[in-house]
Design a protein around this ligand. Structure first.
Ligand code: ZN
Length: 600
């Protein structure tokens, strides 16, 4: 059967609402279905599926198409991959299909080979851990951490031996007829002056599987003195993109779906411990800050995230950031506080009942953050309550929905004996700006400060990922350093625009910029997929440029409004000039919104 006939056959057998409904929670909207777009971050649904036309589209990011386009994007695959996936589902036989292009074949062969190598490595490491004398150190380590045999099996934990020739795994793979080029590309080996040696040595290894259960990489924990303590698979060609996977999701997805919520933790052993004590909806990042792509991944399965991070200050800072990201994705967020100095893994061992109870009773995240900011302050605590109010306002500023912000302003007001309306006024003056309601433009869902920061980070991340886009952004979209609201992002961009990011050496940057560079998203750019096409790439770039500009202009407009409000009698003369300036900013914002089709 030709792929054209096959795709027609598949379309006739499958309903687009079922296919997409497996990934996105859809609700009926007249003759269509709608939901939150899985391809960009949004609060209110602009993603529509039409059962009549068997098409979908998103009015926010302008993606759209048929079921094949959807599967290509959501599974990060090409048309061929989508065809095979859907053919399986529809029970359509593709064996008579046309030959594929050479490049397509090569790519698929490499991917298949890497998946296979990873699986071989999982088996090898697992065998060493369970059976080999060389795995003794790993077994003792797991014993002291209370990791049971069932855990070792469920997560297919393994041990990478030191090995006198340092190439135990490499030799194992070669015996299984692996191509040296594939082994080198897999991230499982390092090239030691022309000789391949094992990447992981004397480490406990934790396979990291994608949501479908395929091993795409490993996290390795040093046993003994090894540095760094944690090490993840690396390598450009490897399958592992740590910003795009969540550890444990393959095991947890069903529980997440059933319980309508996921528990997000910080470490592999936290998740292993949680599953052991029956918290089957627990997942974690690979020891890195939560990314937008990971939040979207979770959103495919549920609408609530419970953050369960370490009780130390680093854990709490990370949790605070994660709350913003989850809220921006329009998901409910709860925040669990562990006793100071404890991590979930400790608690799972010492008092599993307490951990389960903390998860069940985790308060809404904003409530936890507001209460944390208030501390012990009361109306009578004077200077202390002023400080508490300032901290609380900082939290309120980050809440994207006005109604929820008002709710917590009430809470702060009651605690400190301050009028909630005044608190809200301070929040609006100092915080990220809500767009002014001019002409009823539909930007009430507009990027708040943090979302636009997300847009800046996304754009810069794309430029690092694909340096050849820098000239397009600089020359065609005329992006300048000042277009970025965050001056450090502006500086990073300027550095990229002067030197191509490929040649941009982190060593040349100031330390604080290096940190920012490091925090940029490293993946999750469906628009840069080699099958996505130039038009889509340009559209997406334009969209991000527009978003960061709108945000910067809104910030400036709010600054002018603030100045206008503060004009004293002796400076009244400046009023008209400021008004004109404000007017100009507003017109620019409107024009940008219209050009992006963002109007209501
Ligand atoms: Zn979208």
């Amino acid at each position: 059967m030709s792929s054209e006939r096959a795709s027609e056959e598949i379309k006739s057998r499958l309903d687009i609402v079922d296919v997409i409904g497996g990934h996105v929670r859809l609700t009926r909207a007249g003759r269509e279905w709608k939901g939150l777009c899985p391809f960009h971050t949004e609060h209110t649904p602009s993603f529509y599926v039409s059962p009549e036309k068997q098409l979908w589209n998103c009015q926010g990011c302008h993606e759209g198409g048929d079921i094949f386009d959807f599967v290509e994007l959501i599974d990060h695959t090409d048309f061929r991959g989508a065809l095979e996936e859907l053919a399986k589902r529809a029970g359509v036989d593709l064996t008579q299909d046309r030959p594929q292009s050479a490049a397509e074949l090569r790519r698929r062969r490499r991917r298949e080979a890497l998946l296979q190598l990873n699986q071989l490595a999982v088996d090898y490491y697992h065998h060493v851990l369970l059976k080999s004398p060389a795995g003794q150190q790993g077994r003792s380590f797991l014993d002291t951490r209370g990791v049971t045999e069932q855990d070792r099996e469920r997560f297919k934990l393994g041990y990478a031996p030191l090995g006198t020739t340092q190439d135990n795994l490499v030799r194992f793979l070669r015996q299984r007829k692996a191509e040296p080029a594939d082994v080198a590309a897999s991230g499982l080996a390092r090239n030691d002056r022309g000789r391949l040696t094992d990447f992981f040595r004397q480490r406990l290894v934790v396979p990291i599987r994608d949501e479908q259960g395929r091993s795409v990489g490993f996290g390795g924990r040093a046993i003994g003195e090894g540095v760094p303590k944690y090490l993840n698979t690396r390598g450009g060609a490897s399958l592992f993109d740590k910003s795009n996977v969540l550890f444990g999701l393959d095991l947890a997805r069903e529980a997440i779906h059933k319980e309508h919520r996921a528990v997000l933790m910080e470490g592999y052993f936290d998740v292993i411990g949680a599953h052991r004590v029956g918290i089957a909806n627990a997942v974690s990042t690979s020891g890195t800050a939560l990314t937008d792509a990971q939040v979207r991944l979770l959103r495919r399965f549920s609408d609530e995230v419970i953050l369960c991070f370490d009780g130390d200050s680093a854990g709490q800072t990370a949790a605070g950031k994660a709350v913003g990201l989850v809220a921006q994705a329009g998901m409910n967020c709860r925040l669990l506080s562990l006793p100071q100095g404890q991590d979930p893994d400790d608690l799972a061992r010492s008092d599993p009942g307490a951990l389960r109870k903390l998860v069940d009773q985790a308060p809404p995240a904003w409530e936890a953050l507001v209460d944390g900011a208030l501390g012990e302050a009361s109306p009578r605590s004077g200077g202390e309550s002023q400080e508490a109010l300032r901290r609380a306002i900082k939290v309120l500023e980050r809440i994207p929905e006005a109604s929820i912000r008002a709710l917590y302003a009430e809470r702060v007001g009651r605690r400190l004996g301050v009028d909630a309306a005044r608190i809200l006024r301070d929040v609006e003056r100092g915080g990220p700006k809500q767009p002014t309601k001019s002409g009823g433009a539909g930007l009430s869902q507009a990027p708040s400060g943090e979302i636009a920061m997300g847009a800046s980070a996304h754009l810069l991340g794309m430029l690092c990922h694909s340096p050849e886009l820098v000239t397009e952004v600089r020359d065609q979209f005329q992006v300048r350093r000042d277009d970025f609201l965050d001056p450090q992002y502006g500086e990073l961009y300027a550095a990229m625009a002067e030197v191509a990011p490929a040649r941009l050496s982190a060593a040349d940057l100031a330390p604080e910029l290096r940190v920012r560079l490091d925090e940029l998203p490293k993946g999750g750019f469906p628009e840069l997929d080699e099958n996505a096409g130039a038009a889509r790439r340009t559209r997406s770039l334009g969209d991000y440029v527009r978003r960061i500009r709108i945000e910067t202009l809104e910030n400036q407009a709010a600054g002018i409004t603030r100045q206008l409000g503060e004009l004293g009698h002796h400076r009244e003369g400046e009023g008209p000039q400021l008004m004109a300036e404000l007017d100009r900013k507003r017109r620019q914002i409107e024009a940008l919104r219209r050009s992006g089709g963002m109007e209501a």
